[in-house]
Design a protein around this ligand. Structure first.
Ligand code: NAP
Length: 249
C-alpha cells in the first residue's frame, strides 16, 4: 500500500475509541486521512486514540454521540463537516453484544443490540451520504460480522442486526453507485478485542480448533481490509460482503 493515498480525505469512524475502531482510525491516519473518532462513553480511551493519531502526525476530532440517537448523529456529522468541510469515508463500526439464548432474551436486549448495530449504521449513513453525494465520491464501510452471515447460537439479536446491516449495505450501494460512492460490508470472525476477551476459555479453544490459520485475528488485520476498501484501488468494489475470519469452519 503506497503511503498517504488518503491524503485530503475526511473519515468518520464510529466506535473508534477501542478495539477494531481504534486500529481502523490509526490505519486511516497512516494513509493520510483526517479521522473523526466517534464513541459513546469512554472519554479517556477516545482521548488516547486522539493522542495516538496526533503523535503519528495526523489530525483527530473526537465526536461523542450515541449512534442510535438521530439528533446526536445529525449534530455529529454536522460537526465533522463544520470542522473539515465534508465526510468522505464512513466506517460504521460501533457495535455491542448482549448474548443470550432466544428463550431467555429480554426485549430490552433485543432493542439495544438492534439499535446500536443496525439503526446506528442507518443514521450515520443517512446523515453522511449528503456530503458524499454532493462531491460524487464516497466510501461506506460497514463492520458486520460472521454471525450476520451464518448466524450464531446465543446471538439472535446480534446476528439479526449484522445480517440486516449486510442487506442495508447492498441496498445503499445500489442507491448511490451512480454518484461514485461504494458501500461494502466486512464480516470479521473472531478478532482479539475487549468484546471477545469476555468469552469463556473453553469457547475460545473450541473456536480456535475451527480456524485453519490457527489464530484469532487482530484488529490490525481488519484495519488493513477497511483501509483498502477506502482507497481508489477498491473503486470497482461495491455491494460486497468480505469475510475476514482466518477461514473459520
Ligand atoms: P469493542 O472493543 O467492544 O468496542 C466497541 C466500540 O463501539 C467502542 O468504541 C464503543 O465506545 C463503541 N460504541 C458502543 N456503543 C456505541 C453507541 N451506542 N454509540 C457510539 N459508539 C458506541 O468492540 P470491537 O470488538 O472493537 O468491535 C467493533 C465492531 O466489530 C462491532 O461492530 C462488532 O460487532 C464488530 N465485530 C467484532 C468482532 C470481534 O471479534 N471483536 C467480530 C465481528 C464483528 P465506548 O468506548 O465509548 O464504549
Amino acid at each position: 500500500m503506497s503511503a498517504k493515498e488518503l491524503e485530503g480525505k475526511v473519515s468518520l469512524v464510529t466506535g473508534g475509541s477501542r478495539g477494531l475502531g481504534r486500529a481502523i482510525a490509526l490505519k486511516l491516519t497512516d494513509l493520510g486521512s483526517k479521522v473523526a473518532i466517534n464513541y459513546v462513553s469512554n472519554d479517556e480511551e477516545a482521548a488516547n486514540v486522539g493522542k495516538a493519531i496526533e503523535s503519528r502526525g495526523g489530525e483527530a476530532l473526537l465526536v461523542k454521540a450515541d449512534v442510535a440517537d438521530s439528533k446526536a448523529v445529525k449534530n455529529m456529522t454536522r460537526d465533522v463537516a463544520k470542522n473539515w468541510g465534508t465526510i468522505d469515508i464512513l466506517v460504521n463500526n460501533a457495535g455491542i453484544v448482549d448474548d443470550n439464548l432466544l428463550l431467555r432474551m429480554s426485549d430490552e436486549s433485543w432493542d439495544n443490540v438492534i439499535n446500536t448495530n443496525l439503526r446506528g449504521a442507518y443514521l450515520c449513513t443517512r446523515f453522511s451520504l449528503r456530503y458524499m453525494m454532493s462531491q460524487s465520491w464516497g466510501r461506506v464501510i460497514n463492520v458486520a460480522s460472521l454471525a450476520g452471515v451464518v448466524g450464531n447460537m446465543g446471538q439472535a439479536n446480534y446476528s439479526a442486526a449484522k445480517g440486516g446491516l449486510i442487506a442495508f449495505t447492498k441496498s445503499v450501494a445500489r442507491e448511490v453507485g451512480s454518484r461514485n460512492i461504494t458501500a461494502n460490508a466486512i464480516a470479521p470472525g473472531f478478532i482479539t478485542t475487549e468484546m471477545t476477551e469476555k468469552l469463556p476459555q473453553e469457547t475460545r479453544e473450541n473456536i480456535l480448533a475451527r480456524i485453519p490459520l490457527q489464530r484469532f485475528g487482530n484488529p490490525e488485520d481488519v484495519a488493513e481490509l477497511v483501509a483498502f476498501l477506502a482507497t481508489d484501488r477498491a473503486s470497482y468494489i461495491t455491494t460486497q460482503v468480505i469475510c475476514i475470519d482466518g477461514g473459520v469452519m
